[in-house]
Design a protein around this ligand. Structure first.
Ligand code: ACO
Length: 354
């Protein structure tokens, strides 16, 4: 059995804050933020919630895949900013979609979350447990942001991305004539690529957040920089920026290299490296360490900032919709973040026709 991404969707809040807006809140400048991070603006949820954004991204992915909600038998939401502790965001999305046949649960692994959720769905589909999965990354990080901390409030944004994965009956081509049909027949000739993932809980102090409060009650309060409702700094994201930066530029190229070796592939077989969109300098450093051209490292962080587990599926959806992704291309998705966690998955793109 193999599994394929057969549709993508995303949802981005319309309200934006650019770097000049941030410079009105903390001592910083547009120039400093652009130079150190590449971020120009970020979109902020005002009327939206993590669940409403996830559900809309999922609706768009299902439409792209030509899949009815009733066909979905697994919904996985990766998030660190769910509306409430219970019920989980995935069950709330199920309710919004009417995906009555789905089994639903959330996964919390910060900015590596979408890669781990994709891997989890992939394992279920290729082992024959489920046939159709919705994998979603959705975040309202603005509710976890300390808008008085210039070391973090410049970085983050809100949004959601989703992908529909479908299982295909796979088999190796038996002979030359069947090999010739590999492009036409969904499962024939397709390979299952193995992911590589790591965690290092010993370094977890580099990026922390104690908050599990009712985000909706803080909605607006925290991001208006008044922070009157704030409990204390530890209830918001706290980061040792330099430590995370050094970790990312070392571990991300390493884990991509491990995934290529494990799957007996060379970098020139990869069309695009879709990295977690945290910082332009991190993406550039990874490209340099891998010896690959920047054209293979698409970026949209200038528009959205770091949307944690939503960043990879939002970028994937943009590339799907603007026609950059072509059937047969091999992609690497790589994430890194709190935990610490990091990982890479190789995807053979088939798109909706697959
Ligand atoms: N504006 C102006 N000056 C600033 C700002 C700011 N927003 N922030 C820090 N500074 C100052 C510091 O005070 C310091 O001043 P000093 O030299 O007088 O002490 C100077 O700028 C340098 O500070 P650094 O922290 O060394 O700045 P750095 O170049 O490391 O950039 C940044 C900071 C952008 C946060 C960077 O470290 C980074 O991007 N780290 C990675 C973050 C990341 O990718 N996280 C991903 C995981 S997110 C997740 O899992 C949810």
């Amino acid at each position: 059995m193999t599994a394929t991404i057969c549709g993508t969707g995303s949802y981005i809040p319309s309200y934006t804050m650019d770097n000049h807006d941030i410079a009105g809140l903390v001592e910083t400048s547009d120039e400093w933020i652009r130079e150190r991070t590449g971020v120009v603006r970020r979109h902020i949820a005002r009327d939206e919630t993590t669940v409403s954004m996830a559900a809309e991204a999922a609706r768009r992915a299902l439409a792209d895949a030509g899949t009815a909600p009733e066909e979905v038998d697994l919904i996985l939401v990766s998030t660190i900013s769910s509306n409430v502790v219970l019920p989980c965001a995935a069950c709330e999305v199920q309710k919004e979609l009417g995906a009555v046949n789905a089994t639903c649960f959330d996964l919390s692994a910060a900015c590596t979350g979408f890669v781990l959720a994709y891997n989890t769905a992939f394992a279920y589909l290729t082992s024959g447990v489920y046939r159709t999965a919705l994998v979603i990354g959705s975040e309202s990080l603005s509710n976890l942001t300390n808008w008085k901390d210039r070391g973090t409030c410049i970085l983050f944004g809100d949004g959601a991305g989703a992908a529909v994965l479908r299982a295909d009956a796979a088999k190796e081509p038996d002979d030359e004539s069947e090999a010739g049909m590999a492009e036409e027949l969904p499962g024939v000739g397709r390979k299952n690529y193995l992911p590589v993932t790591h965690s290092d809980g010993g370094k977890g102090a580099a990026l922390t957040c104690k908050s599990r409060h009712d985000f909706n009650s803080l909605n607006g309060g925290s991001r208006q920089a008044s922070n009157e409702t704030m409990l204390d700094d530890t209830h918001y994201m706290q980061m040792d920026g330099q430590a995370v930066f050094k970790f990312a530029v070392k571990k991300v190229p390493e884990v991509i290299g491990e995934a290529l070796v494990l799957n007996r592939m060379k970098p020139d077989e990869i069309s695009y490296y879709i990295l977690h969109q945290a910082n332009k300098r991190i993406v550039e450093a990874v490209a340099k360490r891998l010896g690959e051209p920047m054209e293979k490292f698409p970026m949209n962080l200038q528009e959205y900032g770091n949307t944690s587990s939503a960043s990879i599926p939002i970028l994937l959806d943009e590339m799907n919709r603007d026609g950059r992704l072509k059937p047969g291309q091999k992609l690497v998705m790589a994430g890194f973040g709190a935990g610490l966690t990091w990982g890479a998955a190789i995807v053979e793109w088939r798109g909706c026709s697959g």
